[in-house]
Design a protein around this ligand. Sequence first.
Ligand SMILES: [Zn+2]
Length: 448
Amino acid sequence: MLDMLKVNTLLIAMLSLTVVYGQTTSLGSLKSLNDFKESYIPLLSRYEIKTAEVKSGQGLYQALKDVGLENAMSLEIINTLRDEVEFSKLKLGDKLQAKYNEHNELVECMYSQVPSDKHIVRWNAKKASWDYVFKEERTHWYSRIISGELKKGSTLQADLLAKGLEPQVVNEIVQVLLCKVNFRMYARMGDKYDVLLSERLFNKKIIGTKVLYTSYSGRKAGNYKAYYYEDAEKGSTYSAHYTASGQALINAGLRYPLKRLHVRSTFGWRRHPVTGRKAMHRGVDLRGRTGAPVYAVASGKVIISTYNKYAGNKIGIRHKDGSSSYYYHLKRRGVRKGQWVRTHELIGNVGSTGRVTGPHLHFGFKTRRGKWMNPLNKRMIATPKLKGKRFEALTAQVAGLNGLLVDLEVSKVAKYLVERIPNLRDESSFDWLNVFSFTAHASSLKDD
Ligand SMILES: [Zn+2]
């Protein structure tokens, strides 16, 4: 997940050049007629709908301009969506749609990152405010196993890319295995790997991928298995790759400052949510409920514990390597200046003190040379080892995944047999693979 975040941060960085064009679908071209006999025109014709896609070089503000939104209106729409959508995941081809009434007033705005999911902001005239509505079309998750063997001169990365996997999926797999396998030293021709993917299908297209299981086995490298643990709480930072014994598979860095990770606002240049002016945002804004616990991302000495009218209740911690972390807008500060804190120690609670539009944690990070950096470029981890209820849940999920792996092996044999029955040859092999795995594990593969 972190690697995807990294990729997305990169994408955002790349998306800051120019605007291209916008397209307008006009349903209200009978405007003069409207004035003449308004009551006879069907309701639909009084609306104008503008659609656009996020294009190369565009940020969200530019993309919203393409559907006719001015900056002040964009800000309202973005603020309404901020807690529901992670704009840090904005990418090329994301769809936007704006609906205007006969007075050319915006009544509805739609944003879609995945073809099946629509985030809608609708004007509620009674309340004189914007309502948020989420519309999701039915999609299915299918599982698929990818196995291979390293050939002479090849790498795991090249092999997986050649098999048609998306670069960020390949990166996720490689990063997980890198925690255990020193590819540079020990990868050898003939090493074997398996990857179990769960792919979300909509209109016969893959619109999402989860890496559920990864294994690697080599003469020199040894044998390793990694399982994806999905925490019961949506968006939990505990959802990550672990060994069956609960050890986190990440080259450990910082611990997350919150239990959930939802980026409301990224690091870098942005329009300030309160002032509307362009300003450098020296950290990330993480969504959090008022009172949610805030943890120290690493051990260190508290160098700041104070109140300021912009940052509100603010804590700064200097870590052993000289880097430092900052936590703003806290409701409550639980540590004093000069105090030492342990890694993951509770230091305060999420609040909305200082100049903010609502409760969130502003989290900043300085390198040991005192330079602000994007904290999302630091590797973060929820826990080095799952314990208690979460470990029990992992164990159950590992058992489920192992069962699914066995079924998929069986279905490969079944598929081989089926392909040799002439009448059924027309069915695609991909479907057959899934018919078998799906029937056996229908309960574990939920619709999303
Ligand atoms: Zn902030």
